[in-house]
Design a protein around this ligand. Structure first.
Ligand code: GDP
Ligand code: IMO
Ligand code: MG
Length: 425
């Protein structure tokens, strides 16, 4: 069966964009299934760098079609901007991009609510990207969302949008003390999206299932990471969707039986942006060094990412949740030069050692990492053309991770560029 899924195995920013871009030439279709413009997927080639937020990371390969599935929440303004930027670079989007008619839209009031609620949470703020993701999914599940298909009916849209803005204005002003939004200005602006978005709108579930029937290959591109999953992540410090492999089926309208390859993307160390538990976080020189060497600043918000050692307790958990059939380990080069490498293999909680990831926050907050220490390696890994060219200690580190997770490593990142990647033969 020809569906592969790429999933962030940690808290996002593992290098999914780079791996999807690498695999895209061998795929007929690349499809995003959840999240929205909270994602920032970086692709680097030659002297070019592009950060994709909504459009799948297959867009720079002209033979690959791209799909934004029903599970994604779409900010029409962000989408049209991104399309224009990609076309300005000389890559055609029209005719190659298909957007689900059932995907929900992010409206200005979702962003205003995201911002207001974060302010209201104060010390308990999640540290969201401010892209309106949570409030848009709330409306979807409350069955009061506005979908892509609604954009194609101007009169209907005017009515729905006016009612929605009036309701949200009451919430914004009465509960959060925020300014009311201008109903007419928003309605006038958004009814104009019909002509711009119409050429892309498709029943993408039917499109994908037809493609499967023709034996075509599909790569489902996850956004965020498994530990940010709304059900299985470090709730409430999560995003509002399902980045995990099950989300690919509901977010695209394809059956689970169509999936035969689940690639977990693992950064060689750990990062997290935003608030919430992070047992292996390093608030010392090593953490600073990882941030500086790894350029660990958010691709969407520019915020510094929190950095720490690799956490195999968390990774065993996300491997189990997703059913990883293989792993891509990125940013191995960033660890070069560290005298020793620590890997968390267990947690100590209230004096007891466990290898099981606690899924309730109060327990997780008390978890202290238990480390095993491996020798460090040095040198410029981006020069390696084959896994055999890597320093012995780098290969030993990868072997240790693969053995403990019981999943083979098939891709290794040795630098940010497309060509700085080693693929197991
Ligand atoms: P994504 O959200 O999972 O697609 O990841 P991001 O793009 O947010 O963050 C990953 C960052 O690491 C980007 O700046 C990438 O260019 C960079 N990157 C990806 N793989 C590697 C690698 O193997 N080595 C290095 N040094 N950088 C990498
Ligand atoms: P990619 O796809 C890293 C984090 C935010 C915050 C939490 C909730 O680039 O890996 P949200 O705006 O989704 O309501 O924020 O989730 N977050 C991400 N962290 N990478 C991402 O995406 C993220 N998308 C959201 O920082 O902690
Ligand atoms: Mg990112």
């Amino acid at each position: 069966m020809p569906v592969s899924v790429v999933i962030g195995a940690q808290w996002g920013d593992e290098g999914k964009g780079k791996v999807v871009d690498l695999l895209a030439p061998s795929m007929d279709i690349v499809a995003r299934y959840q999240g929205g413009a909270n994602a920032g997927h970086t692709i680097k080639w030659g002297d070019e760098t592009f950060v994709l937020h909504l459009i799948p990371s297959g867009i720079f390969h002209e033979g690959t079609a791209c799909v934004i599935g029903n599970g994604v929440v779409i900010d029409p303004k962000a989408l049209m901007d991104e399309i224009r930027q990609i076309e300005a670079l000389g890559y055609p989007v029209a005719g190659r991009l298909k957007i689900s008619h059932n995907a929900h839209l992010i409206m200005p009031y979702h962003k205003a609510l995201d911002e207001a609620k974060e302010r209201w949470r104060d010390a308990e703020a999640i540290g969201t990207t401010g892209r309106g993701i949570g409030p848009a999914y709330v409306d979807k599940f409350a069955r009061s969302g506005i979908r892509v298909v609604d954009l194609l009916d101007r009169d209907g849209l005017r009515k729905k949008l006016t009612a929605a803005i009036e309701e949200k204005n009451d919430i914004l002003s009465a509960i959060y003390g925020s300014e009311r939004l201008d109903v007419d200005a928003i309605v006038d602006e958004y009814v104009e999206f019909d002509q711009q978005i119409d050429p892309y709108v498709t029943d993408t579930s039917a499109f994908l299932n037809d493609a499967l029937a023709e034996g075509k290959s599909i790569l489902a591109e996850g956004a965020q990471g498994a530990l940010l999953d709304v059900d299985h992540g470090t709730y409430p410090y999560v995003t509002s969707s399902h980045p995990t492999s099950g989300g690919a089926c509901t977010g695209l309208g394809i059956p689970p039986t169509a999936i035969d390859r689940i690639i977990g993307i693992v950064k060689a160390y750990s990062t997290r942006v935003g608030n919430g538990p992070f047992p292996t976080e390093l608030e010392d020189e090593t953490g600073e060094r990882l941030r500086a060497e790894g350029h660990e600043f958010g691709a969407t918000t520019g915020r510094p990412r929190r950095c720490g050692w690799l956490d195999l307790v968390a990774l065993n958990y996300t491997s189990r949740l997703n059913g990883f059939t293989e792993l891509a380990v990125t940013k191995l080069d960033v660890m070069s030069g560290l005298p020793e490498l620590k890997v968390c293999t267990a947690y100590e909680i209230d004096g007891k050692t466990t290898e099981r990831f606690p899924t309730d926050l109060r327990t997780l907050d008390r978890a202290r990492p238990v480390y095993e220490t491996l020798p460090g390696f040095s040198g410029d890994l981006s020069e390696a053309r084959d896994i055999a060219d890597l320093p012995d200690a780098a290969r030993d580190y990868l072997q240790f991770v693969s053995d403990r997770l019981k999943v083979p490593i098939t891709v290794i990142g040795t630098g940010p560029k497309r060509e700085e990647t080693l693929v197991a033969s």
